[in-house]
Design a protein around this ligand. Structure first.
Ligand SMILES: [Zn+2]
Length: 70
């Protein structure tokens, strides 16, 4: 007889672990400090909010110190 490895069971076990790891990893949120938009999520060790600058022209100008008069 051929060796029977039941590959389906192995695959589903592997994807279970992968799902758990992915859920635990997406805890960091990258937020634009100018407009407050969520830019991205990052795998971090614990829940964190990280402030950055999004790709918006206004946000980049303001971040460079070219503050517009309000
Ligand atoms: Zn922004």
């Amino acid at each position: 007889m051929t060796s029977f490895n039941n590959p389906h069971a192995e695959v589903s076990l592997h994807s279970d672990i992968h799902d758990q790891v992915e859920q635990q990893c997406e805890l960091g949120i990258l937020i634009c400090k100018i407009c407050g938009q969520v830019i991205d999520t990052l795998p971090t060790n614990g829940v964190k909010k990280i402030y950055g600058v999004c790709s918006g022209t206004d946000c980049r100008n303001i971040n460079r110190g070219e503050k517009q008069t309000q």
